[in-house]
Write a protein of this length. Structure first.
Length: 633
């Protein structure tokens, strides 16, 4: 696990600025406290920060091929590198280290751009081929490792985090209005945008190959979820194969030359991973939990039960309202607005784990892979209504009922609780967008100032979801929603949260449930093996019944979230009320001051629950503060 940076003169006319390369690398010191390295040649500079995990003595980067003409800087892990080493050795390649990084340069020599399709792991890397005068950038299939880049007058700058690219003072700081719209809809800025107009993210499962002197290429996809490999077996066969596949994915991620542990929330996914780790380890697994001291949000009792069953070396810590001081720190960790409040406890569980281990496994991905979110069941029921009633009838009918909502008391509970009549009037994608939006279209319209709405020129963040929705090569509504979440919420929210929080503490986090070969297999499972009778993760829970207590598997799902609704009305009320008059928010020209005050007033009075929307505003205010401090420095 590391951080990488680079400077590429696409025209070959300039000498690389070593000072700039050093500043970019220095911005990522937290990602690699164990060492640094750089390679500078004509028109190319590569920098690297190292967190030593595998081949501690020999894995320094940049790493080269035999004759020094190919160099790579790499962030991540390639779990199938022993098999690739064997294959490439037979083909005549000579390995000088035991590091997974060296596989990349020899795979490039053997297979070129297609080499990236051979890698099983989490990665972002930059490879320079001096002979071909070609730069090759790539990011792993599900987007676990990040890569930002910008082009300045023929100079391509790239790095593992936004702060590395922004270390160059010439990068324009203008914010992207569309990214702001997307942030307040989703709670994060989805790929490929960043909060800045001038900076992009390389999307997951994409590569970019640029030969010097040629026109700027577009990133191209190299992988996608396959929906053309349907599973033909029974539920019993599926649960056995899933258990075997997940055990193998877990085993691969336990390879490390440093202390290793796991996050344990008490939910299905992390419990499954810890149970499998315990069966694969001779020593007690080190496990780590975060609690909130609030029965509605706290799952540490369930985590302790699992820990006791497997005799893990368990450690727990509580989050309290006083920890909200970390909010301002989060702005520097994430570089751009990031509105998932669970980022704070994630940062704290990473700090707790780093006291004892350097690598931690997590249960991330179970909901996206196996249909665990409650909204999947609700959306499937709503879709049945959409398919039953033609849209020519449905749109005006439910549109009218929506205007009466919530007076329609007699609506079934699932409809009142989650899916509004307005959503039933929409098409499937539009309705799902409303279901996942942190702020509704109507609330954003009230919040944004007239001037900012003119800057948006009619752009709506639903365009991001709709693009992925239309690319999903399936008509099954559950698979479409899973696919859309995988491309948006998983890549832009969950994995960003974990990567930045863990790397801020120099901790490597690995996710067995997000093995991309497991994801491919999961894509072929029939919907009723994932979701049936309103209950998600059916096959995963069945697979884990021999390893996890029944009541832990089948208890109601809880999210990993803080009790913000109550905190904002009690201990954090002064912070909230101060935000309503924040000069940074008001001077930005983006917001309607009356709406800001109204949201705070309604929430603290108990009239409405605006906790999620208010957290977005707090984080945006913290981002603007961080920006002003950096500019002032």
């Amino acid at each position: 696990m590391c951080g990488l940076v680079g400077i590429f003169d696409t025209r070959g006319q300039r000498t690389v600025d070593r000072d700039l390369l050093g500043r970019m690398s220095g911005a990522l010191r937290h990602r690699g406290p164990d060492g640094s390295g750089e390679h500078v040649g004509p028109g190319i500079g590569l920098g690297h920060r190292r967190l030593a995990i595998i081949d501690i003595a020999g894995g320094h980067q940049p790493l080269f091929n035999e004759d020094g003409t190919v160099a790579v800087v790499f962030n991540g892990e390639i779990y199938n590198f022993p098999e690739l080493v064997a294959e490439l050795t037979v083909a005549g390649h000579v390995f000088r280290t035991h590091s997974d990084t060296e596989v990349i340069v020899h795979a490039w020599e053997e297979w070129g751009a297609e080499s990236v399709t051979r890698f099983r792991g989490m990665f972002a890397f930059a490879l320079w081929d001096e002979t071909r005068q070609t730069l090759f950038l790539a990011r792993d299939p599900l987007g676990k490792k990040p890569l930002y880049y910008t082009l300045l007058d023929g100079l391509l700058l790239f790095g593992s985090e936004l702060k590395a690219v922004m270390a160059c003072p010439e990068v324009p700081r203008a914010l992207d209005p569309c990214a702001i719209e997307e942030y307040f809809a989703y709670g994060y800025v989805p790929d490929p945008r960043s909060i800045y107009n001038a900076v992009c993210k390389l999307p997951p499962a994409h590569r970019l190959m640029w030969r010097r002197g040629e026109a700027a290429p577009l990133p191209e996809p190299y992988w996608d979820l396959p929906f053309d490999r349907p599973w033909r077996g029974s539920l019993e066969q599926a649960q056995e194969e899933l258990r075997d596949r997940l055990r193998e994915a877990t085993r691969l991620r336990m390879v490390a030359d440093v202390p290793l542990g796991a996050f344990l929330s008490g939910g299905v996914d992390s419990s499954a991973v810890v149970a499998l780790m315990a069966g694969l380890s001779d020593a007690p697994v080190k496990t780590f939990s975060i609690g909130f001291g609030d029965p509605e949000h706290d799952e540490t009792a369930y985590a302790r039960r699992l820990a006791e069953r497997y005799h893990t070396d368990h450690h727990s810590r509580d989050v309290n309202p006083g920890d909200v001081q970390l909010l301002d720190h989060l702005a520097g960790v994430y570089d751009e607005p990031f509105g998932d409040s669970s980022a704070m406890p994630t940062l704290q569980v990473c700090a707790l784990a780093r006291e004892r281990v350097t690598v931690a496994l997590t249960g991330d991905g179970g909901d996206e892979m196996f249909g665990g979110y409650r909204r999947y069941a609700l959306n499937s029921k709503a879709e049945a209504v959409r398919r039953l009633i033609p849209r020519t009838i449905r749109a005006p009918l439910f549109g009218a009922l929506g205007r009466l909502y919530p007076k329609a008391d007699q609506a079934p509970q699932w409809l009142r609780a989650k899916t509004t009549f307005q959503e039933l009037a929409l098409d499937s994608c539009g309705a799902y967008f409303q279901a996942v939006s942190v702020m509704s279209d109507a609330l954003r319209a009230r919040l944004f100032s007239p001037a900012f709405k003119r800057d948006l020129q009619g752009y709506n963040a639903v365009a991001v979801l709709r693009g992925h929705w239309n690319r999903a090569a399936t008509d099954d509504i559950l698979l479409k929603t899973q696919y859309a979440d995988l491309k948006t919420w998983l890549a832009g929210g969950v994995l960003v949260k974990v990567d930045r929080a863990s790397m801020a503490k120099s901790l490597e986090v690995r996710a067995p449930l997000l093995d991309h070969s497991l994801a491919e297999w999961s894509a072929g499972l029939p919907a009723d093996l994932k979701l049936k009778g309103g209950n998600g993760k059916r096959v995963l829970k069945r697979a884990m019944e021999p390893l996890v207590d029944h009541d832990l598997l089948y208890r109601p799902k809880r999210g990993f979230s803080m009790p913000l609704r109550r905190w904002f009305r009690e201990a954090l009320r002064p912070r909230l009320e101060a935000m309503a008059s924040s000069p940074r928010l008001l001077d930005s020209g983006l917001f309607n001051p009356d709406t800001l005050c109204e949201l705070v007033r309604q929430h603290v009075s108990g009239r409405n629950d605006h906790a999620a929307a208010l957290w977005l505003l707090l984080m945006f205010d913290a981002f603007l503060t961080h920006e002003s401090e950096r500019d002032g420095a």
